[in-house]
Design a protein around this ligand. Sequence first.
Ligand SMILES: Cc1ncc(COP(=O)(O)O)c(C=O)c1O
Ligand SMILES: [Zn+2]
Length: 423
Amino acid sequence: MNTTKTLLGQSAALDMLRCRMCGTETESGPYHVCEECFGPLEVIYDTEGLRGKLTREKIASRPSDMWRYRELLPVAEEPTRGLGVGCTPLLRAPRLGKAIGIQDLWIKADSSNHPTQSFKDRVVAVALQRAGELGIKVVGCASTGNLANAVAAQAATAGLQAWIFIPEDLEPEKIVATGVHGARVIRVKGVYDDVNRLCAEVADRFGWGIVNVNLRAYYSEGSKSMGFEIAEQLGWTLPANVVVPMAGGSLITKLRKSFWELTKVGLVDEGPEPRIFGAQAAGCSPIVSALQRGERQVRPVQKPDTIARSLAIGNPADGLFALETMRETGGWGEAVSDEDIVRGIGTLATLEGVFTETAGGVTVSAAARLALDGRLAPGGPTVLCITGNGLKTPEAARSTFRLEDPIQPRLSEVERLVGNGAA
Ligand SMILES: Cc1ncc(COP(=O)(O)O)c(C=O)c1O
Ligand SMILES: [Zn+2]
């Protein structure tokens, strides 16, 4: 067990890994599967020991980034990486709420996260901090785009070499936003699942820290910081409903864990568990399809076909846990068409001034459907997790407005337009 300097001077229940399938515990390290059953490993914490020690006041006294919750994140030392990540705005969304029929609606705006405008900055902060603690010098990832950006940017700040593996047909904006940081960008002929399989072999062969493969147990914990922030921003209360986009299905499960941990540590009062809702694109909806069919298994989608590339994972690593999260919290899942994704992007931008990428369009449209079907718990805040920025997928938004013809720089031209009612 890693009993070096832990943050509260406790020896490290904080830093143990437990199999999510069979419960076997192992010491911390760059392992991602259980030696007994090949199930995924998860970090566990001494939540009881943190009661009364990790207080609201202590958190409030710390800088505005995700490390303000560091006792509930899997790091052994004072973090030196991922500084400035997190603490994104939680915005009231009354105009959107009115349009889609949700009272007390909020947007968690990770579209403005530092440094690469998606929630993936959170998971990468933890992975790279942990990589440093484990002595790993080269990092990488298999990515649908946002993770690529986040690993490349944060590896640059940390002075680490980065190898980024992506499907060859990714949006050009996401490729540029990766390469600009000096990472090696390796385009792979195939879908995300081919990229991911290759990365598992790469991690074994070279001993690199592939953040979402052999560092996955740590990496995934970073998503919890979004849930911690939502609770703190709601005055240390939990929302009634949360709507979350799903790809590998990790974020949705970690949001639930974050709310559970806050309750155990005593930072929020015991109360009803938030209902957690998952959103996918109809062209790649393995988790939502399993939920809606009432199945216990997730059938992989061989060839994802959607404009929501960031969510296009056909064989989700955490699909079963995501299913469990929606079922056990009383939530539900919705899959929306590409047309609805575009409509969702336009609706959020015109009503609330937030420009999201395709994943956010999925979330907004799924939320509208959930509201229509009466699935949301009444009487408390509903939070939509807007996890990525629209400037990364501008093509998807092109059809949401009509581009006007250019005019001569003459007032009469504007008068003509105003007269036509175009203003
Ligand atoms: C913008 C965005 N939102 C949501 C997700 C889904 O995350 P997860 O794979 O944890 O389900 C992704 C994953 O790539 C993403 O890029
Ligand atoms: Zn196991």
